[in-house]
Design a protein around this ligand. Structure first.
Ligand code: SF4
Length: 437
């Protein structure tokens, strides 16, 4: 079948938007300014098939991918604009200061989860929970379009100090080999499925060897279904990719494709529907996860439709996340109390099969914290919280409490209800996973 070719558009191609809408010069200028610090990329599928140009300002995908001056505070915006007047683009000292304020590594992932092998760090690897290891393939640290809220934005801005990626020697394989407690390996990014099938093979095949028999599950995190579904159908190496996924399944490993799906419309296009069928034909299990994002999907009806549609198309609803504490968070964030309302509003209207979705979940330094509800505890209105996944495994599913606060948007804005709740909310000292061989 003849396919569409992926065309990527960055900041230098902003004028292309004029083909789709009447956009004032001022709006394009603002995007250029914000684009000095936040990555921008769209493609021909997002523009032609996903965004509804009848009402772009109300469109979730327009909001998801385009830049807006309110993503920056006005002092930062003005500083960038002034600097651009002089040199055309903002100098690195101006952009670096803003990047630092954007908290490039929430969860202190550069210091807390970076493992060591033989006395030196293994780049492109994170080992936070005993059984799960994250691999950031060097060639997969980009995406077919960028979500402007992305918590992985340091991967895209070309700053090597902020970026996580494997080195050429693939030491991550040696690390996993000696860590027999690792049962799950997650390839993540960016988007690992942006890699050619031949490159992805170099990451997947070593994991299938007899010396890594303890790795029983391979997960691949991707938004290709939403941003470029032709990756699985008509790209020139789509058949090779599908064959590779089949090979993983044939090896006896559980293969989970972790789909980032922000909105049900991502599943509605003909290209996306075909892509889901092809992925399912490999024997992989498709699971979905996404943060709740203001202006994109902060409505219970959207999640109800999303989860129901996922089940109909063969995808298992998995996580609704709270936006992480990084990047232009103030622009997109949804308070925890509101996120809980949205989750409850959606989940109570779907069938039992769609209630596999857990949420709202904060992925924090200490683990994944679920906001389970709001209750009166000893006369004080409180959030009921629990760890779904924790560095301290004994904390999992132990309820704890924080004072209700309808403006809190992250765990660091919560006050423990009593002294026994304090430890669950405290930040740990950085530790580095260590092994010497
Ligand atoms: S697809 Fe994922 S990694 Fe890529 S920009 Fe969006 S949130 Fe970030």
């Amino acid at each position: 079948m003849a396919g569409k070719s992926l065309k990527l558009y960055g900041l230098q191609h902003l004028d292309i938007l004029r083909r789709y809408r009447d956009i004032p010069d001022r709006a394009l200028h603002d995007m250029r300014v914000v684009g000095q610090v936040l990555p921008f990329r769209v493609n021909n599928y997002v523009l032609d098939e996903l965004i509804d140009w009848a009402e772009p300002d109300e469109d979730p995908f327009y909001r998801l991918t385009m830049l807006d001056r309110h993503m920056l505070d006005s002092a930062d915006f003005d500083a960038l604009e002034r600097a651009m007047r002089v040199g055309g683009s903002a100098p690195v000292e101006v952009t670096a200061a803003i990047h630092r304020r954007f908290n490039p590594h929430p969860g202190r992932q550069m210091t807390m989860n970076m493992p060591e092998l033989g006395g030196s760090g293994v780049s492109g690897l994170q080992h936070k929970y005993a059984e799960t290891c994250l691999v950031f393939p060097a060639s997969g640290q980009t995406c077919a379009a960028y979500c402007s809220f992305c918590f992985r934005w340091p991967q895209f801005i070309g700053n090597r100090d902020l970026r996580m990626a494997t080195d050429e020697s693939q030491r991550f394989v040696a690390y996993i080999k000696v860590h027999k407690e690792i049962s799950d390996v997650l390839l993540t990014g960016g988007d690992p499925l942006i890699m050619r099938a031949s490159v992805l093979r170099r990451y997947l095949l070593p994991l299938l060897g007899a010396d890594l028999a303890h790795v029983t599950t391979i997960r691949i995190g991707t938004k290709m279904l939403g941003f470029w579904p032709y990756r699985f159908t008509t790209d020139d190496d789509a058949d090779d990719l599908i064959a590779l996924l089949e090979e993983v399944v044939r090896s006896g490993r559980h293969l989970a494709i972790m789909l980032h799906i922000s909105h049900p419309r991502e599943l509605e296009t003909a290209a996306a529907r075909r892509a889901v069928q092809r992925l399912l034909s490999t024997g992989a299990v498709l699971r979905s996860q996404s943060p709740v994002v203001r202006g994109v999907n902060d409505d219970a009806r959207i999640w109800q439709e999303l989860w129901s549609r996922e089940v109909r198309q063969g995808i298992v609803p998995y996580y609704m996340f709270v936006l992480r504490d990084t990047g232009p968070r103030a622009f997109f964030e949804v308070p925890l109390a509101r996120a809980l309302e949205i989750y409850r509003g959606g989940i109570r209207q779907v069938s039992g099969l769609a209630r596999s979705a857990r949420g709202p979940i904060m992925s924090t330094d200490m683990g994944k914290v679920a906001v389970d509800g709001v209750a009166d505890v000893g006369g004080t209105r409180s959030f009921v919280l629990s760890y779904v996944q924790a560095r301290v495994s004994d904390w999992v599913k132990r309820p704890f409490f924080a004072r209700f606060d309808d403006s809190a948007t992250w765990i660091d804005g919560l006050q423990p209800l009593s002294s026994s709740d304090r430890m669950f909310l405290a930040r740990p000292e950085p530790v580095v996973a260590r092994i010497h061989h």
